[in-house]
Design a protein around this ligand. Structure first.
Ligand code: AMP
Length: 398
């Protein structure tokens, strides 16, 4: 049994063909620079299958053209997608608004609704729609399922989801905290309960998803009660290129005094802020290299990143009152012992300790990084959004 999982961005498509039960990945890859001119010979599609990488070079006009190349590469690597007996296609969709809060079988009306939610996610939902429509044309007989990044946070308590702005304006414009990375927070928190050997409904936990995008969540008995991202994925933690929390007065100030229009604000806060805005690089490994050379701007970026992260950890400890686990996941969370140690430094009297040897271990499995007798277990759990999407799609189609 196989499921194809598709994650369409504005100029990229990431995909995986996998077994939703075992999680075994048959093939995976990425189409990049869709719709952009590319220099001759530039690789635009990379496809990994059975330990081999196939490449395609040349410009990719649009998402449909990219997917046709992907289907050819699948066939070349021995997987004929159209004849593969695909069980389902699972699409990651960023914004489900108030409309979608569980995996949803895709039909024309669902595609229209996802498109209508583009006002809330102009950088993401239009690309998701294009990806869905392209795959539907290429695989018309395979059930397609949308899995929403906001779904896990649909039931946030009113106090956590409400912005303190004019309630009439907020209601008219659908302004509330929606939260994102929900598929990852849900998957990881479920794995944490498994590792602890407890039922998820009995576990209070904090999950720190630290990747290029980053978010924190507070989960009480399997239900999210708070999260750091808001109406859009811009709020909260410092990210690779996004600012996270700022004083909203900065926006009016820039518009008034520096002639920023709304596109310039969007560009500033989404693409030229965060680690990149402070240090010039957005990749955490490069940031660490700069810090090692004594670069002060890079050190400051790191300090701001950790400061904000600790701010949310503190808030969620208080909010939950009793915490059974704190977990790091995603690119930075899974791979940077330094970030994990600094995020939780000096909290021993709150029952939180990171064991240096466990923390430094290079292990790909879910694991503890707190000492065996720790009051609050601290874990690293690799996220797997593709597997979670494949399982959600399978459960809906079965
Ligand atoms: P993600 O969005 O989850 O793919 O995470 C991407 C981020 O993880 C990038 O900033 C990477 O630099 C970071 N990352 C990946 N591997 C490592 C590593 N070994 N050490 C530190 N950061 C890493």
């Amino acid at each position: 049994m196989r499921v194809l999982v598709i994650n369409s961005g504005s100029s990229s498509i990431k995909y995986q063909l996998l077994d939703p039960v075992s999680g075994t990945v048959a093939a995976s890859g990425m189409v990049s620079r869709i719709g952009e001119p590319v220099e001759p010979g530039a690789v635009t599609v990379e496809h990994d299958s059975d330990g081999h990488t196939l490449e395609h070079d040349g410009a990719i006009a649009d998402h449909a053209a990219g997917l046709r190349v992907v289907f050819d590469l699948f066939a070349q690597s021995g997987h004929d997608l159209t004849g593969e007996g695909l069980y389902a296609v699972g699409h990651r969709v960023v914004h489900g608004g108030e409309v979608f809060y569980r995996p949803t079988l895709i039909n024309d009306a669902v595609v229209r609704s996802i498109d209508e939610l583009s006002a809330l996610a102009p950088l993401h939902n239009p690309a998701n729609v294009v990806g869905i429509e392209s795959v539907r044309r290429l695989l018309p007989d395979v059930p397609q399922v949308a899995v929403f990044d906001t779904a896990f946070f649909h039931g946030l308590p009113d106090a956590a989801k409400t912005y303190a702005i004019d309630a009439k304006v907020a209601a008219a414009q659908g302004i509330r905290r929606y939260g994102f990375h929900g598929t990852s927070h849900e998957y990881v928190s479920g794995r944490v309960a498994e590792v602890l050997g407890r039922d998820a409904s009995t576990v209070n936990q904090i999950v720190l998803h630290l990747g290029n995008g980053a978010s924190a969540s507070a989960i009480r008995g399997g239900r999210a009660v708070d999260t750091s991202m808001g109406l859009t994925p811009l709020e909260g933690l410092v990210m690779g290129t996004r600012s996270g929390d700022i004083d909203p007065g900065i926006i009016a100030h820039l518009m008034r005094t520096a002639d920023f229009d709304i596109d310039a604000i969007d560009q500033l806060l989404n693409r030229n802020s965060g680690i990149k805005g402070l240090s010039g690089v957005n990749d955490f490994r490069e940031l660490q290299r700069l810090i090692d050379t004594g670069d002060r701007a890079a050190s400051l970026a790191y300090e701001v990143y950790i400061h904000r992260l600790r701010h949310y950890i503190g808030a969620y400890l208080v909010e939950l009152g009793e915490v059974d686990a704190i977990t790091f996941t995603a690119g930075v969370g899974e791979n940077s012992p330094q970030v994990r140690a600094d995020a939780l430094a000096g909290l021993t009297r709150f029952g939180i300790t990171v064991d240096p040897i466990r923390n430094a271990a290079k292990d790909r499995a879910a694991r503890y990084i707190s000492p065996p007798d720790a009051q609050i277990p601290v874990l690293v759990v690799p996220t797997n959004e593709e597997l979670a999407i494949a399982r959600a799609a399978t459960a809906l189609v079965t």
